[in-house]
Ligand binder design. Structure first.
Ligand code: COA
Length: 293
């Protein structure tokens, strides 16, 4: 067994319908594929109609599962409400919402126009709010219970990060929303959790976060104590667990899956890792000498 293998038992998501925003590519598509393999029906959304239609075809071929592709820009509440309608019409009901759609690019903040900042906030924070509110209101009105919302955040939702300030600001808001609604809407039978992934290479994110030869200059695997980037299946395994009934008592949690990356940046003395053994011998001698005096 290893981390690239599929973790949950077959049919773990049978009879569930899952909506994955941004499900046409990257991690959204990887999660959608695994949900389908576990017996779920999946609705994928994206702004790009061609892209999701192609992704839906591909996912159907790969898994023989039932996939519905609905074009939607999560920034617009009316479009999100239309997803609620078409998903319910097609599959009868929706059990899980995965707020995965995101927008991000690196930039010094002073170079951003007000609209550039808004664009990221609108996709990430407002988009998550739109989907959560539309599905949440529907579930409450219909008195449907045992619903799950899974938000994809990032470790810099709590540390902050230079050069991706709109994204950090928006993801911090999403995390606050996750924890707040985990408490407020538990009475309606909803659970809210989040995943904070570290580096999981995808084309969409890498082209915007490490364009050109930055990929070679900043080998993100080196920043990770485990010295590797994540595999899509290990994220899909965690997501499937968190949307399944096996995690029924987990509510309001954010689970980091980053090989220890953010903690490596946080610990005050973590940089001592670069000190070679001989230098440690010298340092130890110096420290002990102080004690003897
Ligand atoms: N640096 C500075 N400003 C930038 C920029 C960059 N690299 N890229 C876009 N902008 C600005 C634009 O100039 C525009 O501002 P303006 O109207 O004041 O000129 C604003 O951001 C919106 O850009 P636009 O291209 O009109 O928005 P869009 O809605 O078509 O695209 C993005 C949204 C910019 C987030 C685009 O990268 C995208 O579609 N991303 C989705 C996928 C993604 O980001 N995946 C990674 C997730 S980690």
């Amino acid at each position: 067994m290893n981390y690239t293998q599929k973790m949950l038992q077959k049919d773990a998501l049978k009879n569930k319908t899952v909506v994955v925003t941004g499900g046409g590519s990257g991690l959204g598509k990887a999660m959608s594929q695994y949900f389908l393999e576990l017996g779920a029906k999946v609705v994928i959304t994206s702004r790009n109609e061609d892209k999701i239609q192609k992704a839906a075809q591909e996912l159907t071929q790969l898994t023989s599962g039932e996939v519905l592709a609905v074009p939607c820009d999560v920034r617009h509440y009316d479009q999100v409400e239309a997803v609620v309608q078409s998903a319910n019409k097609h599959f009868g009901s929706v059990d899980v919402l995965v707020n995965n759609a995101a927008g991000n690019f690196i930039s010094p903040t002073e170079r951003l126009s007000a609209n550039a900042f808004d664009t990221i906030i609108d996709i990430v924070l407002k988009g998550t709010k739109n989907c959560t509110l539309a599905f949440g209101k529907h579930w409450i009105a219909e008195k449907q219970t045992e619903k799950v919302v899974l938000n994809i955040v990032t470790t810099y939702a709590w540390t902050g990060s230079a050069y991706v300030v709109p994204s950090a600001t928006a993801k911090a808001g999403v995390l606050a929303m996750t924890r707040s609604l985990a408490v407020e809407w538990a009475k309606y039978g909803m659970r809210f959790n989040a995943i904070a992934p570290g580096p999981f290479p995808t084309k969409g994110a890498w082209d915007r976060l490490l364009p050109g030869n930055l990929k070679e200059q900043f080998d993100l695997a080196k920043k990770v104590p485990l010295k590797r980037v994540g595999a899509h299946q290990e994220l899909a395994n965690l997501a499937a667990y968190l949307v399944s009934d096996f995690s029924a008592y987990i509510n309001g949690e954010v689970i980091t899956i980053d090989g220890g990356e953010w903690l490596k940046g946080a610990g005050q003395f973590n940089l001592l890792e670069d000190i070679p053994e001989e230098l440690w011998d010298m340092l130890e001698a110096m420290i002990r000498a102080k004690k003897d005096r």
